[in-house]
Design a binder for this molecule. Structure first.
Ligand code: IMP
Ligand code: MG
Length: 174
């Protein structure tokens, strides 16, 4: 196992998740948004987030393939598991772990928009500084992160490290 460098503590993540939840509460009130988590990486973030929002909402999941067992993007996505909620006229929030190139976000947004929702916004725990500089439309962002492969808090490297409560960078990767 390669060495890990901690970049975000669970206490810091918890504080930021509470702030994001407060923003969602203020923006959506009683509109019952559908939070669509991107499997598998967003499962811990989504679970913590929904318990802090404090207004009615629904949860669904989508699973897309863009990465294999390694760290390199294949440049395309396939919907492996689709949402089962009828999104017609609904306010949708796509919840992802990390926006890297922005390709997954772009494709999933198109996919969700094709279901006739009232709105689609994006909530990401992490996003690369690079993609933010390019102007990626992320409505709710936890933390910007520099290059380097991140793991922990639901985020994996080849299916390992998801269970770690803090977020780390894999030394010697990415
Ligand atoms: P994008 O399509 O390039 O934006 O990639 C987004 C997806 O790739 C994320 O939702 C992650 O599942 C995965 N990913 C990108 N960077 C990392 C990383 O540093 N660690 C773990 N997964 C990553
Ligand atoms: Mg993901």
């Amino acid at each position: 196992m390669p060495p890990l460098k901690r970049i975000l503590s669970q206490a810091r993540i918890r504080r930021r998740v509470r702030e994001l939840a407060a923003q969602l509460r203020a923006d959506y009130g009683e509109q019952r948004p559908v939070l669509v988590g991107c499997l598998k990486g967003a499962f811990v973030f989504l679970a913590d987030l929904v318990r802090q929002v404090g207004v009615p909402l629904q949860v669904d999941f989508i699973m897309v393939s863009s990465y294999g067992m390694g760290t390199t993007s294949k440049g395309e996505i396939t919907v492996l598991k689709d949402v089962t909620t009828d999104l017609t006229g609904r306010h949708v929030v796509f919840v992802d772990d990390i926006i890297d190139s922005g390709l997954t976000l772009q494709r999933v947004r198109e996919h969700l928009l094709s279901r006739g929702p009232a709105s689609v916004r994006v909530c990401a725990l992490l996003a690369r500084e690079r993609v933010l500089a390019e102007g990626a439309a992320i409505d709710y962002l936890g933390f910007p992160v520099p290059e380097g492969f991140v793991v922990g808090y639901g985020i994996d490297y080849a299916e390992d490290y998801r269970q770690l409560p803090d977020i780390y960078v894999l030394e010697g990767e990415g």
